[in-house]
Design a protein around this ligand. Structure first.
Ligand code: HEC
Ligand code: HEC
Length: 236
């Protein structure tokens, strides 16, 4: 009798605990920015090998060193080493139209959530790690505020922020100008870029784009010579 009571008490307290857990999970998810919509989906296990196969078409642009977007003219962003979570959120933003770029929207529309997770794992590869021996350059005053999220080494302090180290200068300039003009909408970055002057943008871009270790162009299969490491400036 006592045993049965105990068991039913245990069961009901477990139900309470489960409910509390569900609620706290719901609150936790709800409080994440809407931009992190992928977090609300069931956890998908990334398969980078599958990602490599799927990303073959992507390499037609992202796998060619110095490949440029024609109008406007800027280098296609480097993806090798970029944060996995950031790549996932970027692809979801293209899908939803939150990030407005027709070619990438078309590319992203053809991908399932599993495809996106796999592709992101493939491009991310090993996360960038700052070299402990590298001589530290002083952070220019204009870039100081940026380093609280994007890191002094251009390696983001959290995985939902993009790494900027070694990214093409022309792409960084374009991205910052887009935030500045509110053509690319992001509550954090729109306010960060709002008051930047042209010359501040130039100083910031020069700092982050020339940091090493940094992002690289994903080598295209059978064309690995295209990934010969060049200073970012050369291809910009
Ligand atoms: C026709 C050329 C082209 C192809 C093919 C292409 N991309 Fe892109 N991609 C671009 C350009 C140009 C941009 C920059 C767009 C912008 O300014 O928002 C971009 C941006 C991105 C970004 C955002 C990078 C960042 O730093 O924010 C990701 C992620 C991305 N592409 C992934 C992919 C994937 C995955 C595929 C294949 C499914 C792909 N791309 C195919 C041209 C291309
Ligand atoms: C509070 C954190 C935070 C700070 C501080 C911050 N950023 Fe960002 N940054 C972000 C986030 C989040 C994104 C991704 C936004 C999106 O998805 O469009 C981003 C994106 C970017 C991108 C686009 C990268 C890409 O691959 O497309 C650039 C460039 C950038 N930031 C530059 C800067 C600069 C320059 C500063 C300082 C003036 C700065 N950021 C300050 C959080 C921050």
């Amino acid at each position: 009798m006592a045993g049965r009571m105990l068991r039913s008490q245990v069961r009901s307290s477990m139900r309470v605990a489960a409910r509390a857990l569900k609620i706290s999970v719901a609150i936790g998810l709800g409080s994440l920015a809407a931009g992190a919509a992928f977090a609300q989906q069931p956890q998908l296990t990334p398969n980078p090998q599958r990602g490599q196969v799927l990303s073959y078409t992507c390499l037609g642009c992202h796998g060619i060193q110095g490949y440029r977007n024609a109008y406007p003219d800027y280098a296609v962003p480097r993806l090798r080493g970029q944060n996995e979570q950031y790549i996932i959120s970027a692809l979801h933003d293209y899908q939803s139209g939150q990030r407005d770029y027709p070619t990438m929207r078309m590319q992203a529309m053809s991908l399932s959530d599993q495809d996106i997770v796999d592709i992101a794992a493939y491009f991310a590869g090993k996360p960038l790690v700052a070299a402990s021996t590298a001589p530290k350059r002083p952070v220019p005053a204009a870039a100081a505020v940026c380093t609280s999220c994007h890191g002094k080494d251009g390696i983001a302090v959290a995985p939902m922020y993009p790494d900027l180290a070694g990214q093409h200068a022309s792409y960084l300039t374009r991205a910052i100008q887009e935030y500045h003009n509110k053509d690319r909408k992001n509550p954090i970055m729109d306010s960060m870029a709002a008051s930047l002057t042209r010359s501040q943008i130039a100083v910031i871009v020069d700092y982050f784009s020339t940091l090493a270790p940094g992002l690289r162009t994903e080598p295209r299969p059978f064309f690995s010579w295209t990934d010969r490491q060049q200073p970012s400036k050369a291809s910009d």
